[in-house]
Design a protein around this ligand. Structure first.
Ligand code: MLT
Length: 265
């Protein structure tokens, strides 16, 4: 189980394959396991890393407040620890917000971006209120209750009905998050900045992927990102909600590989 230490926090990551480096950043409240199919597919041709953000998967919980920027700095600390100057960065949802923070804070480390089921806009007032309510829920009812609340947004109703094994896998993935990890991430999500100008100023190739039934970060948000970016292409994944990587893995794998082969490297 590879780990490295930054600011006394032990961070777990995965590494598979050989070739040009690709760094994958998971969404909330998930872990490196949400990338399992993509790690297998992409590592046939690329050097694929994924990081467990503080408080998720096998990484230590945060010891103080987090922001989207501090998660991005952890990704840079991992790149430094690995001796990687520049990587293609892929992030889903919260991982996408962190990818945008990398573009803003460390653009020289980013060769191209893959933005999955994410958006550039900050939380609305209603969204911020929802974060506060979820922070209370995490504190009083714990991760299993957050997993139950998130599950219907992660997968389409058709998948939940037809594929109980996948549904349980996703529920378990989310239920393993730590309480401090959940609370710190919800605060960071609530406070995240508008990334419109970041995407407008970015000069790297971008692939935008979105589940056609994603209600958390709907397809219209992907269209808006493409419009402000210089060199972005959108692929809509049929039969997928927010967690497109696990719901339609072969379609997502094919989209990412085609992009990487064309631009990555
Ligand atoms: C995620 O999947 O990372 C979250 O749904 C992001 C969000 O709630 O904004």
């Amino acid at each position: 189980m590879p780990t490295f230490k930054t600011n006394d926090i032990r961070i777990h990551f995965t590494h598979e394959g050989q070739g040009e480096p690709v760094m994958l950043i998971h969404g909330f409240p998930l872990s490196v396991d949400m990338w399992r199919p993509q790690r297998a597919a992409l590592s046939q041709r690329y050097n694929v890393y994924s990081i467990d953000l503080r408080g998720f998967g096998r990484s230590d919980p945060p010891t103080g407040a987090m922001s989207i920027d501090t998660y991005a700095d952890d990704v840079v600390a991992l790149l430094n620890a690995l001796g990687i100057g520049q990587a293609v960065v892929g992030g889903l949802s919260m991982g996408g917000y962190i990818t945008m923070a990398l573009l803003r804070r460390h653009p020289e480390r980013v060769k191209a971006v893959m933005l999955l089921d994410t958006k550039m806009t900050p939380d609305t007032a209603l969204g911020r209120q929802g974060r506060n309510e979820m922070i209370v829920q995490a504190r009083t009812e714990g991760p299993a209750s957050i997993a139950a609340a998130m599950l219907p947004k992660m997968l389409t109703p058709a998948t939940v009905q037809a594929n109980p094994a996948l549904t349980e896998h996703v529920r378990t993935l989310m239920a393993t998050a730590s309480v401090p990890g959940l609370i710190c991430a919800l605060e960071a999500l609530r406070e995240r900045p508008d990334s419109t100008m970041t995407l407008k100023n970015a000069r790297v190739p971008a692939l935008i992927v979105v589940g056609s039934a994603d209600t958390l970060t709907p397809a219209a948000e992907s269209g808006a990102m493409q419009e402000v970016m210089h060199n972005a292409f959108v692929i809509e994944i049929p039969g997928a909600a927010h967690l497109s990587t696990l719901e339609q893995p072969s379609l997502v794998d094919a989209a990412l590989l085609a992009f990487l082969d064309q631009h990555g490297c």
